[in-house]
Ligand binder design. Structure first.
Ligand code: ARG
Length: 396
């Protein structure tokens, strides 16, 4: 029995892989693995339903809590934004590979298939994960290997009786998890095509958002969000409720040109209400408690971490080393941040922490504890070499 484990979302690309694995790749049986990272429950159910129709051995793995705690919150601590995108799809891929590998190991299989195209980043993330966690695996990528287009895929699906939602008009490719929702494809690929309202599901348009806005208090302990508006909550619950609160206020829409790993510039639309809110609050708190030196250096570490996560190098030892540094900075990132959300905008309006490096007595206009006269010497010699340069220049 030749068995292949298919990393399965229930979408178009992965669904056509089921008949393909049998007819084109010669497998006797296909095992489908759908990992729940917080996509809508209806998608999970639909994937299972389709798998049943197409006669695969199907596994649904609930990884929502693990995803939030070990993936989203690591990205949060690293202030992870790649070109303005909170890498929501990127960080789910390593976990999805890990779960597929777990199923394969249980079944004694080591052949895999996935539905990534040869143009995107996901092929790197999924395959790196599988090779790292189960060396010697065989991985098939039919969309890439056969150079398929989505139009061809839709026709193939219709011919093979594969149930799909896409039509030649509604061709959006959507990837969803609790950290964000990404929408691409169809006319959205045109950089100058304004995203139609119908692509958004988590965020109201600023026009239709509430007239009152919302004030949100986010509480952190050691760089981890632990409560909202004075109420303690679990990790997943925090992210889910912020998706609702911020989404209702039109916060979290992102429309960017993204530089993919292969060098392609691609237009991407995202909805990431909770991620954007938490990232804003977390950074505001770091700016209150970390020293200027820590902030400057951490920025470099954060960027390196974000790039590695974007590129799917999740199990590279350098990433662990960067995380060790990040973790040591987070010990003091405890406190509360207040945000105002209003019709698509988000503003920090307050922050407090027992670790605040702020001393009212020193910084205020109204006190004399910091003797201003002490600054005179430093002001005089600051920028000494630059001043020398200007005096030389004026003589030349
Ligand atoms: N460009 C993003 C990334 O590389 C998201 C890709 C999302 N995929 C999708 N089918 N919408 O992380």
């Amino acid at each position: 029995m030749k068995k292949v484990v298919l990393v399965y979302s229930g979408g178009l690309d992965t669904s056509i892989c089921i008949p393909m694995m049998k007819e084109e790749y010669g497998y006797d049986s296909v095992v489908t693995v759908t990992v729940d990272v917080g996509q809508p429950a209806s998608d999970i159910a639909e994937a299972a339903e389709k798998a049943k129709i197409m006669g695969t051995e199907h596994y649904t793995v609930d990884a929502k809590d693990e995803f939030v705690k070990d993936y989203c919150f690591k990205a949060l601590q690293a202030n992870a934004l790649y070109q303005g995108y909170p890498i929501s799809t990127s960080i789910a891929r390593p976990l999805i590979s890990a779960k597929a590998v777990e199923v394969a190991k249980k079944l004694g299989a080591n052949a895999f298939a996935h539905g990534c195209t040869g143009k995107g980043n996901d092929q790197f993330r999924i395959e790196f994960g599988i090779y790292a966690l189960l060396p010697g695996s065989t991985i098939h990528a039919p969309i890439r290997e056969k150079n398929l287009t989505r139009v061809w895929e839709i026709e193939y699906a219709q011919k093979k009786g594969v149930p799909i939602k896409q039509s030649l008009e509604k061709i959006w490719s959507i990837d969803e998890n609790v950290w964000g929702r990404s929408i691409e494809g169809g006319r959205l690929e045109e950089p100058n095509f304004a995203p139609p309202e119908e692509i958004f599901q988590w965020t109201k348009s600023p026009k239709n958002a509430s007239n009152d806005g919302a004030e949100v208090l986010i509480e952190f302990e050691k760089g981890i969000p632990v409560g909202i508006n004075g109420k303690k909550m679990g990790a997943l619950e925090i992210v889910q409720s912020l998706n609702k609160i911020a989404g209702d206020n039109g916060v979290g829409r992102i429309d960017i040109m993204e530089d993919r790993m292969l060098g392609l510039k691609v237009r991407e639309n995202y909805e990431c209400p909770a991620a954007m809110t938490l990232l804003t609050a977390h950074q505001a708190l770091e700016n209150l408690v970390l020293t200027r030196q820590e902030i400057k250096f951490k920025h470099l570490v954060d960027q390196e971490w974000t790039n590695m996560a974007y590129e799917g190098l999740w199990w590279d030892p350098l990433k662990d080393n960067l995380e060790a540094f990040i973790a040591s900075t987070q010990k003091r990132v405890t406190g509360t941040v207040r945000l105002n959300l209003y019709k698509g905008s988000m503003q920090v309006s307050g922050r407090e922490s027992p670790w605040a490096l702020y001393n009212a007595d020193l910084a205020s206009f109204d006190t004399q504890t910091f003797d201003q006269r002490e600054s005179t010497g430093m002001v005089k010699i600051f920028g000494m070499q630059s001043k020398m340069y200007h005096s030389l220049k004026s003589k030349m």
